[in-house]
Write a protein that binds this ligand. Structure first.
Ligand code: ADP
Ligand code: MG
Length: 319
């Protein structure tokens, strides 16, 4: 289990991480989601002991990352945003070197690197120089380094950035299979990326946690704003009159189409579909289509982080 308590990172007046609190339970895949600059990499660097915090604590399986860094780090495999690869080494040389750094006993090193290579899909390129590998394969080498020794917790910072769609699907499959036996935290600025593989999503923006839930619950909770769309044959005037009588309190928007139809959209607090059906039928204005729209998780994410994103753009413009 990972516990992040009141974490703060202040880069000389700029709060990259702003009093962050969350707990990561064992055996699940967590998505750390937020726009660029939200503080994901900074947080991950602190959790993995690569960067000191200004304030707050990180506990890994009961070990404080500051007081017992060796014990805490032993349980973590990390793929940083820019993996520290030695490009003049072959894949095997690099992984052996990484195994040494991780203090994997010499007797089990071969077995451990073989396991990591298999998981990351590196078989066949062991003898190649890393400098000659494609971006996708280099990312796999970084991933193999992260899973080497099979630590309980695997932390991946934007593992799919720069990969092509086929490579993204492959890495995603690897992450899913890792999730069966490990706790995985992966960061991304793309919602579909995390909702596809994660059991739990933490959304951060400007260093603050703004949501933490399962993808399903997030969708349910945040998409209360339903819109009802209708396509009615009739004039905008006639349609408006029916709406004013049938749902007098409701705001609506009308758009006349060229074929003598009107497109209506109105907010749905409670279900008014049946009463609208009869109201339009009474006026002999046929409803040709009726469609209930829920905001997508993508829209929710943009809404939650969008305002702050705009703020960031403005600030940059000011400089
Ligand atoms: P993310 O990974 O979510 O894109 P980062 O953690 O990299 O976000 O960055 C969070 C914020 O901290 C950004 O505004 C970034 O510019 C700033 N930042 C990151 N590293 C440093 C640093 N070494 N010095 C000063 N500011 C930094
Ligand atoms: Mg980052």
């Amino acid at each position: 289990m990972i516990e992040v308590k009141n974490l703060v990172k202040d880069y000389g007046g700029h709060m990259a991480v702003d009093h962050l609190n969350f707990t990561v339970e064992d055996g699940q895949i967590y998505g750390f989601l937020g726009p660029n600059g939200a503080g994901k990499s900074t947080t991950m660097n602190i959790i993995t002991g690569y960067l000191g915090a200004t304030e707050g604590e990180v506990w890994i399986d009961g070990h404080n990352i500051l007081d017992e860094p060796e014990k805490a780090k032993k349980n973590i495999g990390y793929l940083p945003e820019v993996p520290p690869l030695y490009i003049e080494m072959t894949v095997d040389e690099y992984l052996n070197f990484a195994a040494e750094l991780k203090k994997i006993p010499a007797g089990t090193r071969r077995e451990a690197t073989a396991e990591a290579k298999k998981l990351a899909g590196l078989n066949g390129v062991e003898k190649r120089l890393i400098r000659n590998l494609s971006k996708g394969y280099r990312q796999r080498v970084g991933l193999a380094q992260a899973v080497l020794g099979m630590p309980d917790v695997i932390i991946l910072d934007e593992p799919t950035v720069g990969l092509d769609p086929k490579q993204i699907i492959e890495i995603r499959d690897v992450i899913r299979s890792l999730g069966k036996n490990h706790t995985v935290i992966l960061s991304s600025h793309i919602l579909s990326e995390v909702s596809a593989v994660c059991d739990h999503i933490l959304i951060i923006s400007h260093g603050r946690l703004i949501a933490s839930d399962t993808p399903e619950n997030l969708e349910k909770k945040m998409t209360g704003e339903k819109m009802l769309e209708l396509l009615v044959r009739g004039s905008a005037e006639a349609v408006g009159e029916v709406l004013d009588l049938a749902v007098p309190e409701r705001e609506y928007h009308l758009e006349a189409e060229e074929d003598g139809c009107v497109r209506v959209s109105l907010e749905m607090a409670e279900d008014v579909r049946e009463s609208l059906f009869f109201a339009f039928a009474d006026q002999r204005l046929p409803i040709l289509a009726m469609n209930l729209q829920r905001a997508s998780l993508e829209e929710v994410f943009l809404e939650l982080t969008g305002e702050q994103g705009k703020e960031e753009e403005r600030n940059e413009g000011d400089l």
